[in-house]
Design a protein around this ligand. Structure first.
Ligand SMILES: *Cc1c(COP(=O)(O)O)cnc(C)c1O
Length: 364
């Protein structure tokens, strides 16, 4: 069945992105290596940084592989990292630190609240053994957009290594990685750049990366080794997801044609505002009252009827849309993403479909 994915990655891609995957590409061919190098440079351009200060490393696997690659191969034995948590992806970073026995402290706020720069500053000031800070920019668990600017200022002022999971935000909102002094930013192919799943990428401050060789706890997630091989001529260390790479190049080209990140951000924001307005008209209450990001929104199960997510989901699916269940631990909600090949007309059509569900539920 064909449907639009209103899930924040994998998401609905264009037919042109899908079409370029019809070619099987050789991995050691010069042309292919050039594509990898162009992608690496294009990502630096999107991050508004120069190839002197920063480099891009592509890493096989989903987004978590990129995050784990940084956490397991870029921290020294005497590093101590403060991990900020307000959702599942922050928790995942904590799990990674535990698994790799990285010394860490957790700063956690409820899933419906944003991280507070002031709290983080207080923790860093009171514990000077902390040398690094990790945060999630857009917490896909709830849809919250954490205050990257304010927190980055604290990281810079305290002089700690700054690691950002910008998985569901990079490419969909302007992020000046250099100005924000981010040392490692992680994102993946199948989120706001609108490619298909298969690899993650790390934008790394070059001199920090170069200082952190031979620290890896695994072979395949060794970010430094991956960099050394890729930096030579664009060859990936191990088999690369060739079809995904071709799709990603096309997706980058389409991002350019759309008018770059500013225009994409505008489209996502327009989608998101329209979605939340329409949902409110239909009587669905948003989970968040503040800090709502432009990528994904959580809505509470309606109180006044016997809401059954499964039947709601199926009703949407047979009418051409797929959404996500909620991911908040203690509140019943569902999530609707508005990134990917999604436009206001899709949101209008979606709200008609959701409106019909209300009628159906009412009648039965
Ligand atoms: C998608 C996502 C990830 C990575 O998840 P994978 O399933 O490994 O791709 C990490 N952090 C955030 C905030 C995400 O949205």
């Amino acid at each position: 069945m064909n449907y639009k994915l209103l899930t924040p990655g994998p998401l609905t891609t264009t037919s042109t992105v899908k079409k370029v995957m019809m070619q099987d590409h050789c991995t050691w061919d010069d042309e292919y290596k050039t594509i990898t190098q162009e992608i690496r440079q294009e990502l630096l351009d999107l991050a508004e940084v120069s190839a002197i200060d920063y480099t891009t490393i592509l890493m096989q696997g989903s987004g978590s592989f990129g995050v784990e690659s940084v956490l397991s191969s870029m921290l020294r034995p005497n590093d101590h990292i403060l991990v900020c948590v307000n959702g599942a992806y922050g928790h995942r970073m904590v799990d990674m630190c535990e698994r790799h026995q990285v010394t860490h402290t957790v700063y956690e706020v409820p899933e419906t609240k944003a991280l507070k720069a002031k709290d983080i500053q207080r923790i860093l000031e009171s514990d000077t053994s902390i040398t690094a800070l990790a945060m999630v920019h857009s917490e896909t668990t709830s849809g919250i957009l954490n205050d990257l600017e304010a927190i980055s200022a604290v990281a810079a002022q305290q002089g700690v290594l700054f690691i950002v999971d910008a998985m569901s935000s990079f490419g969909g909102i302007p992020i000046n990685v250099g100005e924000l002094k981010i040392d490692f930013l992680v994102s993946s192919a199948n989120k706001c750049i609108q490619g298909v799943p298969g690899f993650s990428f790390v934008l790394a401050k070059r001199h920090e990366l170069l200082k952190r060789k031979h620290l890896a706890k695994t072979i395949s997630l060794d970010l430094y080794d991956q960099y050394v091989t890729m930096e030579k001529d664009g060859k990936w260390r191990f088999t690369s997801p060739t079809h995904t790479v071709l799709a990603f190049r096309q997706a980058l080209e389409e991002l350019r044609l759309e008018g770059g990140i500013t225009q994409r951000f505008l489209r996502y924001s327009t989608n998101n505002c329209l979605l939340r307005r329409k949902m409110s008209e239909l009587g669905y209450e948003p989970l968040l009252d503040k800090h709502q990001g432009p990528f994904i929104s959580s809505f509470l199960y309606p109180k006044n009827q016997d809401f059954d997510f499964k039947s709601f989901y199926n009703h949407l699916k047979i009418n051409g849309f797929v959404i996500y269940p909620g991911k908040i631990s203690d509140v019943d909600c569902f999530r609707i993403g508005n990134i990917g090949e999604v436009y206001p007309e899709d949101i209008h059509r979606l709200s008609e479909v959701i409106g019909k569900y209300g009628e159906v539920a009412h009648v039965s």
